[in-house]
Design a protein around this ligand. Structure first.
Ligand SMILES: Cc1cc2nc3c(=O)[nH]c(=O)nc-3n(C[C@H](O)[C@H](O)[C@H](O)COP(=O)(O)OP(=O)(O)OC[C@H]3O[C@@H](n4cnc5c(N)ncnc54)[C@H](O)[C@@H]3O)c2cc1C
Length: 468
């Protein structure tokens, strides 16, 4: 291994592997450090869903889309709080990045997908047109393809080695220190992921996550320790995305991502402290946590015995036996009547009874005029209507945003993925992407696949520009 590299990449998740591959593709000598014993980070744990506009997959399915349309939607959903130049670049490059991945071997069939686990095109978020591209073998498949591509293009990968700090020389970033050894480079790409696993950084940059208290659980990869923020502090980088991240709503008893925890029964309603429904229970995770938070801390999933018994086996938490055990322990509320259930939950009994009566007259017959849940179920490919809620005992499980997926505060980047300092000036030799490079992931999670698209699109741009 030579001491001098054109590009050093810190982190071997989606952003780092995309950066290493694209830099190596342009002839740069590339060295990538990964702190863990294997590549992949959160990207490897993800569904790999990728939001992108104007792709061949969309075209094959007759979806008319463009970068301009994506840009408008993205900015509007984020109340124009993001930097338009950066978002325009992200939207323009998302489609070409997806095509690049397909060219490298990522398979995304041109067929409609009803969820994040079925390869194809789906609508998993709040996108105005279908933009959620689900690859075969999910995030794992994407990581495998990129790791192979990086290596065959000559990038060297060092595992089990955590970069400790950046080297600065003559006013620019000139390398990194890892395992106490200085490694010099023409440019450094910080792609070390987020800070979901560092409670102190959460308190400082994403305190909303800590509101879940003991119910908080983190599904982001172990390497999400926030090293990017420490590197940034070292060189006076600007930080943006403060206060934002992705928390998913869960029942208090969930402790794992829903692939392992399971899914609540279709025949359920969510009610607030007034005993009223307040949302489409299947609304996208992009917005549902925000809606639940607006209920002042009280939200319940209400269902009956038939729904409990309908839960499929094989999941850790949304399982008939587990729910029963929670009820026996008194943590999930259970009662022989809705009035009694309301009393235990501290919500008005007449309101809960009226809410359940309205529900029973509506969606079980196929239509939800207030919250339009029938539309969401249809876009997920659900067949058959939910059942009425009427078979005692009745259950109420507390709901809250408590599953921490990713964090958005990081080093401020421009449209080239170059890091800016606190004055807005580019720091020579320093690039960042993924959760480490901030400005693309905003207040609102835009469409299923926002974070993977950010990691791979901005990672690829970081690699191209670092190599240049
Ligand atoms: C369970 C789960 C499901 C998800 N599903 C989706 C989805 O389907 N679509 C979507 O858009 N988003 C999804 N997300 C979010 C998305 O996966 C991430 O935001 C994105 O992949 C982050 O990519 P990244 O490259 O920035 O970070 P990572 O993929 O986490 O990679 C960062 C890497 O850097 C390494 N590292 C950290 N510090 C150092 C250091 N000092 N030196 C060397 N290496 C270091 C880490 O070990 C890690 O491997 C999901 C997340 C999770 C956890």
């Amino acid at each position: 291994m030579s001491d001098d590299w054109d590009v050093v990449v810190v982190g071997g998740g989606g952003a780092g592997l995309a950066a290493a591959t694209s830099a190596a593709e342009r002839g740069a000598s590339v060295l990538l450090f990964e702190s863990e014993t294997e590549l992949g980070g959160s990207t490897q744990l993800s569904a790999g869903m990728f939001t992108a506009a104007g792709t061949s997959v969309q075209a094959a399915l007759g979806v008319d889309d463009s970068a301009e349309r994506f840009f408008q939607h993205y900015m509007d959903l984020n109340s124009w709080q993001l930097n338009p130049g950066l978002i325009a670049a992200f939207c323009e490059h998302s489609g070409p990045t997806l095509e690049w991945l397909i060219g490298l071997g990522v398979e995304i069939p041109a067929k409609v997908s009803g969820n994040a686990h079925t390869p194809g095109l789906c609508q998993a978020g709040v996108e105005d047109v279908w933009r959620g591209h689900v690859p075969k073998d999910q995030g794992y498949g994407v990581v495998q393809v990129l790791a192979r591509a990086a290596r065959t293009r000559g990038a060297e990968v060092v595992l089990n080695t955590r970069v400790e700090r950046l080297i600065e020389q003559d006013g620019r970033v000139a390398g990194v220190v890892a395992d106490g050894i200085e490694v010099r480079a023409g440019a450094v790409v910080v792609a070390s992921g987020g800070f979901a696993r560092d409670p102190d950084l959460l308190a400082r940059y994403y305190p909303a996550a800590l509101r879940a208290g003991e119910d908080l659980f983190v599904v982001a990869a172990d390497g999400s320790r926030g090293d990017h923020l420490r590197f940034g502090e070292q060189v006076g980088a600007g930080v943006t995305g403060d206060g934002w991240g992705l928390l998913l709503p869960t029942a208090y008893f969930q402790r794992l991502h829903h692939w392992q925890s399971g899914f609540p029964p279709k025949s359920r309603i969510y009610v607030n402290g007034a005993g009223r429904r307040f949302m489409d229970e299947d609304a996208s995770y992009a917005v549902s946590s925000g809606v639940i938070e607006r209920q002042g801390g009280t939200a319940w999933a209400v269902f009956d015995e038939r729904a409990r018994l309908s839960l499929p086996a094989g999941y850790a938490h949304w399982d008939a036996g587990h729910v029963l055990a929670e009820a026996e322990a008194g943590r999930t509320l259970r009662a022989g009547s809705l009035e009694e259930l309301a009393g235990k939950a501290g919500i008005p009994a007449d309101a809960l009874v009226a809410t359940v009566r309205r529900w029973n007259e509506q969606l079980p017959s196929g239509h939800d005029p207030e919250f339009l849940r029938h539309r969401t179920l249809a876009s997920k490919g659900a067949t058959g209507h939910p059942d009425p809620i009427g078979e005692p005992p009745f259950y109420a499980a507390r709901l809250l945003p408590a599953e921490l997926v990713c964090t958005h505060a990081g080093l401020e980047i421009d449209a080239r993925a170059a890091v800016r300092d606190e004055r807005g000036e580019v720091i020579d030799g320093l690039f960042a992407a993924g959760e480490a490079g901030a400005g693309v992931l905003g207040q609102r999670y835009v469409g299923g696949g926002n974070a993977v698209a950010n990691a791979l699109t901005m990672g690829r741009l970081a690699g191209i520009n670092a190599a240049a």
